[in-house]
Each structure stands twice: as C-alpha cells, then as structure tokens.
Design a binder for this molecule. Structure first.
Ligand code: NDP
Length: 310
C-alpha cells in the first residue's frame, strides 16, 4: 500500500494553500481533488475581497492560480474522491473512489461544504430541468428568461446580480422581511431594475409539464393575511447556504450539530493527532476564501511539526 507523508483531501483555497506550504516544507504532499475540483469558488463569478487582486478576479482564474502554485512546489494533484477513512490505527487509511486505499502519516481534511436544497420533492423532479444550485454554471441557459433565486444572503444576492445580466427578470424569494446579505450586496440588488425581491415568501412547490414553468409560493405564512402566489419562471436557483462535507469522518472526529468538524481552539488540530481540518468543513463562522486559505496554511505547518516529532 502506498504511504503518503501528507495527504490533502479537497482542492479549494484551504487544500491548495496547505499543499503550497507542505510542498515548500518538503512533505511531498498528495492532494485528491474531490467531487468539485477547485471547490466552491469555481461556481462564483467575481471575487472582490481576496487580497492581492485589486480589480477582482474570476473564481476559475483564482483557483487555477492556486493550483499552479501548488504544482510549482511539487504537489501530486490527483483526481479522486475520499470515500471512507480509518483513523483507528497509524498510519491512517483513506479509501479513494471505493477502489483503493492509501496510508497517510498526516491527513489534512479540506473537503469544504456543498449547497443545501429546500427538501421539496419537486427539486428532484426538475433537477437539470430548471432547478440548479449554481447560477454561474447554469445561468447561461436562462438568457432572456425568468428565474428565481431562493435566499437572502450574500450568495443569493451575488447569484441574482449575475443572473440579472442574462435573464429578463429575476425574483429573489426571501423568507424574512429583510436580506441577511452585507450592505454593499443589498444596495446592488436594490439598484438592479430587473431584480424583484419577494420578502416574506416561501416556496411550496414547483410546476411545469416536462421543464419548470413556475413556482407556487406562500406569502406571510401563518399570518392572517397569508396568501398563495404563483410566479412564472424557467429557472429556480437555490442559494440558501451549504452543509459541510464531513460525513465520512464522523465515526472518528467530533462535529457540531450541523456537521462542522470541531478543532482545538485557534488551531486546525482535530482530536486525532496528525489529522487536521481546514477551511469550510471546520468553519461555521467565517467561511471565506481568505480564512480557508489561512487555516490550510496552519494545517500544513502543524503537519510538518507533527511529522518532526514522529
Ligand atoms: P447564509 O447562511 O449567509 O444565507 C442563507 C440565506 O438562505 C439566508 O437568507 C437564509 O434565510 C436563507 N435560507 C436558509 N434556509 C432556508 C430555507 N429552508 N428556506 C428559505 N430560505 C432559507 O449563506 P450564504 O451562502 O449566502 O453565505 C455564506 C457565507 O459566505 C456568509 O458568511 C457570506 O457572507 C459569505 N459569502 C461572501 C461572499 C462575498 O463576500 N463575496 C459571497 C458569498 C458568500 P434567513 O436569513 O431567514 O436565515
């Protein structure tokens, strides 16, 4: 069985930053890219708040920069998904693609988080036929059409603004009477004429013959003036947050009630020596590219220290 000094699982800002540091520390890192190479940022349009890019940068370009920097320091980047782990004995074992198992002296978990869905049966029925959780991936199909974005956070605002450049009309379906997003994003939404924010609306279901044709919403659910509203839409985009990709680690590591991996305060150390968690999978609070990158850096430094003591 192959034994790896520093195994990194995931290829977002946390994983690649860990790889850059581990590579420069001669740990010969091996990085498995996971389900979505490049992580969540490749589904983003413009990243404006990552230091070093004063004009902003496309998410794909930034992740390609991360990747090339990791390659420059000798990271062995492989496609593959970690499908199971065994942290009960050392070196630790990680199963890849349900096909093979590698042994690792240190493991950096940077598996990130995935988009959440509302849980309506209609989301499955219209998957690929109008329902999407990624405006930048699928927005192109909705040129001159009518779409809705669910959610009131920064992601929802960003997706709505992106879609407003393609679609004829964009609804935002927001369950509260206000947006949770930062002020700058709110202002952009309110200043975009073809975005209409439907406050205090929730989605009951979707309809359409073969492809999506509309959504049934409820306004002010549970109030005396509760009303049912139908909107005609061709696209329904979820932007209601993410859940951490931590399931395979749960038999060995502690997580909070949502599933974020618990680490020791101010470090990426988990309760298992030599296993570290970095980025969104372990961060219920900040979930930013820059904070993920920083925790990837810390994880690689800790991996190096751990290997020195072994
Ligand atoms: P958030 O958790 O911030 O927002 C989720 C939104 O979805 C909220 O409006 C929430 O409503 C709504 N929601 C959640 N569940 C449901 C549901 N079942 N039905 C209807 N609505 C629902 O997630 P984001 O993905 O927007 O952002 C995550 C983090 O990433 C944040 O810290 C954000 O600031 C950051 N981010 C930063 C960006 C940037 O700086 N460029 C871009 C994108 C994200 P409610 O408010 O009622 O809970």
């Amino acid at each position: 069985m192959e034994t790896i000094d520093c195994l990194i699982i995931g290829s977002g800002p946390a994983g690649f930053t860990a790889a850059i540091y581990a590579g420069r520390a001669n740990l010969s890192p091996v990085l498995y890219e996971g389900i979505q190479p490049g992580g969540q940022l490749i589904t983003t349009t413009e990243i404006e708040n990552f230091p070093g890019y004063p004009e902003g940068v496309d998410g794909n370009i930034m992740m390609d920069d991360f990747r090339r920097q990791a390659l420059r320091f000798g990271t062995d980047i492989r496609s593959g998904i970690a499908t199971a782990v065994d942290f009960s004995s050392y070196p630790y074992k990680v199963e890849i693609d349900k096909e093979k198992t590698v042994a690792a002296k240190t493991v950096i978990i940077s598996t990130g988080a995935s988009a959440k869905y509302l849980g309506l049966p209609d989301e499955k029925k219209y998957a690929g036929k109008g329902v999407s959780a990624c405006a930048t991936c699928d927005g192109f199909f909705y040129r001159k059409k009518r779409v809705a974005v669910v959610g009131g956070g920064d992601t929802a605002c960003e997706e709505a603004i992106f879609l407003s450049g393609l679609a004829e009309k964009v609804y935002m379906i927001v369950r509260k009477p206000f947006l949770r997003a930062t002020k700058i994003m709110q202002e952009r939404v309110f200043n975009t004429p073809n975005i209409e924010v439907l406050f205090e609306h929730q989605t009951l279901g979707l309809f359409g013959e073969e492809f999506l044709e509309g959504a049934t919403l409820v306004k002010r659910k549970g109030e005396i003036d509760e009303t049912e509203v139908k909107i005609a839409i061709d696209g329904f985009f979820l932007a209601i947050g993410h859940h951490p990709n931590s399931d395979i680690f749960k038999p060995y590591l502690e997580t909070d009630e949502i599933g974020y991996i618990k680490t020791l305060p101010d470090t990426p150390k988990t309760k298992i020596a030599g296993v570290f968690a970095a980025g969104d999978v372990a961060d219920p609070n900040y979930r930013q590219a820059i904070t993920a990158a920083a925790s990837g850096c810390k994880a690689a430094i800790e991996a190096e220290r751990f290997l020195k003591t072994k």
